[in-house]
Design a protein around this ligand. Sequence first.
Ligand code: SF4
Length: 214
Amino acid sequence: MEKKKIEEVFSILNKTWPDAKCELEHNNHFQLLIAVVLSAQATDKSVNKALNPLYTQYPQFSAQDLVKMGEEKFLNTIRSIGLAPTKAKNCLKLANMLQENFDGKVPLNRTDLEQLPGVGRKTANVILNVLCGMPTMAVDTHVERVSQRIGLVPATKNRLEIEEGLLKALPKKYAIKAHHLLIFQGRYHCTARNPKCETCPIEHLCLKRGVVTH
Ligand code: SF4
């Protein structure tokens, strides 16, 4: 897609979703990190719902608190989230590693983040974007689907290629917010099934690649 059109796409998305931001509730860096780990193959809504009672009781719940709490109790808290046993294990390992190697704090650089259990490139991208305002692009299911439907990147299943393609194509002005704009567009408008093309503000620019119309 031409640069001018991409600029227009993001300008419209920015007006459509002025409040686009990370929807995982958190009061500190550690809470965001475990929320992102827990959100793999689960919705942000389900993660917020599971963690909400814990954070109401302990607003500054930390790595140290999780280590003290232990795996079994934490697993009971997050049981409603998909893949809970594996995620609980990873969160405990992660909290222990933060305690041992990082004084209980979340490291804010890619190399250290990606060494933490359950933390991959996508999670590191979210943390660096949300906590450090870095222009990273975490490619989740929404970003993958929407960016290819619109035609911002070529059709591919390779998420690293999508990430690199988007970072290259994005207007600098929207580099930090673009990830949230694409997620909001995918979550609330360009849904996996039955995207609302007929009322879409970028319909005139979109390739609608792979969209099935009846
Ligand atoms: S026109 Fe349709 S496919 Fe394109 S972004 Fe809008 S809802 Fe998605």
